[in-house]
Design a protein around this ligand. Sequence first.
Ligand SMILES: Cc1cc2nc3c(=O)[nH]c(=O)nc-3n(C[C@H](O)[C@H](O)[C@H](O)COP(=O)(O)OP(=O)(O)OC[C@H]3O[C@@H](n4cnc5c(N)ncnc54)[C@H](O)[C@@H]3O)c2cc1C
Length: 437
Amino acid sequence: MKVETLIAGGGLAGLSCARELHRTSHAYLLVEKEKEAGGLCRTVFDKGFTFDYTGHFLHFQKEEMRKWVLHLVGPELKIRTRHAVIYSQGTYSEYPYQENNAGLPSQTVRENVLGYLEATLRRRFLGADPSRAHDFKTWCLQAFGPGLSKHFMFPYNEKLWKFPLSKLTTHWMGRFVPSARVLEVLKGAFTRQSSASGYNATFLYPDRGGISILPRAIGRGLPGVWTGVGLQRVDLLQRKAILTSGLEVAYERLVSSLPLPRLAALSKGLPATLARSIRNLKATSIYNINLGLQGKQPIPYSWVYFPEKEFGFHRAGSVSACVPTVAPKGHASLYVEFSYRSGRPDAGKLGKHALQKLKELGWIQSEDQVVSRVDLNLPGAYVIYDEKRDETVAGLLAFFRKHRVLSIGRYGRWEYGSMESAMEQGLAAAREILQSA
Ligand SMILES: Cc1cc2nc3c(=O)[nH]c(=O)nc-3n(C[C@H](O)[C@H](O)[C@H](O)COP(=O)(O)OP(=O)(O)OC[C@H]3O[C@@H](n4cnc5c(N)ncnc54)[C@H](O)[C@@H]3O)c2cc1C
């Protein structure tokens, strides 16, 4: 079989690429190894509950992308308001922690606020510059000071990344780590204030169908989408791919949203140094437990960050707190996220721990309330930005591009990307191909 463009991976990036190529008579084929397209944006339905692969909330930076999505999905996507908090020292503090210390023990507030002021003075008068910090740990100390670092930034990030913070670079942070404003830090130390800061203070989400309505809308009516068949081998020099079905596909261009190290591992024609370099690419995985509960909505929070060690999970939340229709009437939903770096997560142990802690928190009264449990594993969910990541990724992407392979998407670029960026990269790849045809 021969196609102009072979698209490997049917998540948001691959589907967006196919949607754009479909606007012309371009001959493409999209192969997705799972039975259903959508990638991380699939949704699981169980006993009337709607569960995503952990919270998946849609937000945009670019008006062009917002319009593109709304045109495809329509009015089903509704504006929702985030209510994110941090739970520590027995208190819920509004997000972001650095600007909302009221209610915490006075010793903690003192350490946090004085430490922050000291760090601010060091930046103003002694030339400390977090933007030049070599590692994330130093960045935290220079931007937030020792108190906020000790009470939140260090323990939360250590729990999430399972990687030394002194070996993480700061290149992933961008809008994902909000900075602190002096006046807000001071005001928030004395009075509880609701906060709308951060990139995702509001987001879009449908009443029904979960986040999967997004990939479904992008893929609706698209020809040339094969599910249940994956890319098994690519000969970069011959421009031939072997699919898991055994079929050989000759292509002019390959667009891949497979994890970059996976694409490299199944490519023939990669120089040995590049093939070896994939050992430099590391990621942290997520194990997500979703619970459907009988009874009234237990918490008003869309999500809660848990920095303290006694909680094995780093984040837990309730989509039904902001979208009640994800649970049947008289019910609510909760989700809990554990991160891990190696080995297989022990579902029994993690579930037991989650239930025990949710009971202690008062989110559930008894295990009899749990009428649905759906566990979802997200291997390699968060790419680790260490000192080797940037150079390794740049080397692989440049080599693939030279061989007419565009590697796109959150894992194709091996980055900390959003749904918006995955779709945008899919569109950009298609436009580049169409322009060069
Ligand atoms: C825990 C978590 C929470 C997130 N929350 C948000 C959020 O709230 N808001 C937001 O904007 N973004 C969020 N994201 C990011 C968002 O999920 C991604 O940016 C986006 O879904 C990536 O789409 P993609 O197409 O690049 O990758 P994927 O969704 O991973 O798609 C890649 C596809 O390739 C397929 N594939 C793999 N190997 C093969 C093969 N050999 N052959 C064929 N197909 C193959 C996979 O099955 C998959 O379908 C979150 C991510 C994570 C991990």
